[in-house]
Design a protein around this ligand. Sequence first.
Ligand SMILES: [Zn+2]
Length: 274
Amino acid sequence: MRKMPELPDIYILSKSMNDVLQSRMITGVKVNQEKCLNMTPVKFRNRVRNCKFESIHQRGKWVIAELDSKWSIASNLGMGGEIRLFHEGTKPNPKFHRVVIELDKGDWLGINHWWFGHVHLVPKGDFSSHSQLSKLGPEPLADDFTVDKLKAMLDKKRGRIKSYLLDQSFVAGIGNVYVQDILWYARIHPDRSVNALTPNDIEKLHWAIQQVLKEGIEYGGGLREQDIWGNEGTYIEHRQIGYRTGEPCPECSTIIEEIRVGQTTSYICPHCQV
Ligand SMILES: [Zn+2]
């Protein structure tokens, strides 16, 4: 099963890219799938050729690679894509590597999207003109994502809490993998209406969001999610209730249930989460 990489997965990938790509020069670009770009391949190539990678970081589910020019390459892997570094002597597969970024010393980056994905060029440090990046909500691990901020964000809101957590314009980076354990740690049912949350619920939720995302990073991300070398994360071995239908709740041993919540599947402990 392929899943969309979420904040911890993209954080791990971005960090591994930052570790090895800083100061590396882009010598060329081959585009095998034009629709994942936001401009023509010629324009894209001309703007990044002879630029060096400056720093790479995660923003929501996006990898932001800042160049030593006025541009950043913003990549979204969609459903289970990958960005891998290959060394001189290996050859890209045109059907698999949608975009190939050639580097100095004959190395290259292969960007693959299993289903859909984006490789966009955006002005460095300014996402205001980008339709998706400009709408992203706050980073949940940022210093200014406080309990009070979350309380203010949820104030006067209606509708189910899970939908807000998955909404990238509400808070960035959470998807249907990590949200399961977030809601379990917070002891909140995914169908619970936001206006039924007490201040104490929101405090627990805030703690759970940060706890689960930090655990995801600690374990190198989730199943099938890879860093630039292809190392897979192990969060799946440490998860609490996500994708554990029929197994006992780690807290109370009640059997974990799989339910539909809106368009998504949820895994809940019917005893702990109300
Ligand atoms: Zn339980």
